[in-house]
Every structure is written in C-alpha cells, then in structure tokens.
Write a protein that binds this ligand. Structure first.
Ligand code: SAM
Length: 189
C-alpha cells in the first residue's frame, strides 16, 4: 500500500526531505553570508537564467534570490518532482549554475557539469566544494582541461554550515567557470 501511495504522489516529499536532512551527511546547508559573498563577487544580478540544482525551498541561495528578484529554477532530489541533477534539464538559456553540491558525488557532478557546458546548456558555473577537489588524477584531469576559464576562490576560514555546532572539518573553495567578474585565477575570500 505504501508503494501505491508513493506512486500516487501522496507521500509528503517535504517530510521525507526533513527526515533526510537529519541523517544525510551530504546535506550541509550553506549559511547566508557565504551566499551573499559569492552573489556579490560574481555580480549575480547580471545573470538572466540561473539554476540551483541542489536546492530545496529552505535554501539560502533560493531565499536570497527571491529577495533580489532573480530569475531562477531551483531543483532538488526531494522536491515535488524528485528532480535528480543528473536527469534534470537546466532552465532555458541558463547562464549560471550555482550550488553547494553533495560532496560524496563530486566526481560525477563535475563530469556532468562539464557535459552541460559542452552541450551549451549552461554557460558558467560556481560549485562550492572541498579544497581537496583539486586533488586525485580523475578530478585534476577534468579541471586541467578547462583551466583557461576557471577561477578558484579559497575560503580563509572554515565554514560553519547551518545547524552545525562546529565549523566544517574540511577547507572549502568555490570553483568558478567562465565568470566575467573574476579576472584572476586565485582568490582568498
Ligand atoms: C550540500 S547539500 C546543499 C543544500 C543546499 N543547496 C544549501 O547549500 O543549503 C546538497 C543537497 O543535494 C541533495 N542531493 C543529493 N543528491 C542529489 C541529486 N542527485 N540531485 C539533486 N539533489 C541532490 C542532498 O539531499 C542535499 O540536500
């Protein structure tokens, strides 16, 4: 019966999301100051069709975008449509993908993001990732291939994600691709 309920879409996806947040180590919610800083650094208002692919109704990326009246599409694996990043289409004429993705899937996410760039489905992106994203042969190969348009913004301090008692146990950075306001390769923020 429960399975039938799921297919009838009567199971509350919001409830599933709220439960998942309590146990999923991949769910670390980005604080507002991190969102406001990156929005300012990349001049978010200059983008006309933005995609937040890992962002549900409570995300600060989305809430701040509402305040700024930005044009965006926010999707999440536990939204009403179960929007899996790997099978969801970006919004039409998407000029920016920006998010804090689940770190455990970072290799597949980086690969798919560059596929979207190659297919001209997105023009630029900013991904919040652990600094260790720069290591391993598999990831290094992907970053090196596109290095001409990459800027890396390294957090001087560890981030205290929302709802966490302590700062995150890994250093983080933004990997930005094809962002006009970022003329240097490396920044410390
Ligand atoms: C690091 S959290 C970031 C949450 C939010 N974007 C923020 O920054 O506050 C990543 C989120 O992506 C969701 N997620 C995991 N796999 C996904 C997928 N394949 N497609 C879309 N969302 C996914 C997780 O449930 C988690 O809530």
């Amino acid at each position: 019966m429960e399975q039938l309920d799921i297919f009838n879409n009567s199971v509350d996806t919001k409830e599933i999301y709220e439960e998942d947040k309590k146990i999923n180590k991949d769910h670390v919610a980005t604080p507002r100051y991190v969102v406001e800083d990156i929005y300012s650094l990349i001049d978010i208002k200059s983008f006309k069709s933005i995609w937040f692919p890992f962002n549900n109704y409570d995300s600060e990326f989305k809430l701040k975008a509402d305040e700024l009246n930005l044009k965006y599409k926010a999707t999440h694996i536990f939204d009403d449509c179960g929007n899996d990043f790997f099978s969801t289409e970006p919004p039409v004429d998407c000029d920016l993908l920006i998010s804090n993705p689940p770190f455990s899937q970072q290799n597949e996410i980086i690969k798919h993001t560059f596929e979207l760039i190659e297919q001209n489905k997105i023009k630029s992106f900013c991904l919040l990732l652990p600094l260790s994203t720069l290591e391993t042969p598999a990831r290094a190969e992907m970053w090196e291939k596109y290095v001409d348009k990459i800027s890396i913004l390294i957090f001087k301090k560890r981030i205290k994600f929302l709802g966490q008692k302590q700062v995150f146990n890994k250093a983080c950075c933004w990997i930005c691709y094809n962002i006009k306001t970022l003329s240097k390769r490396l920044y410390w923020i």
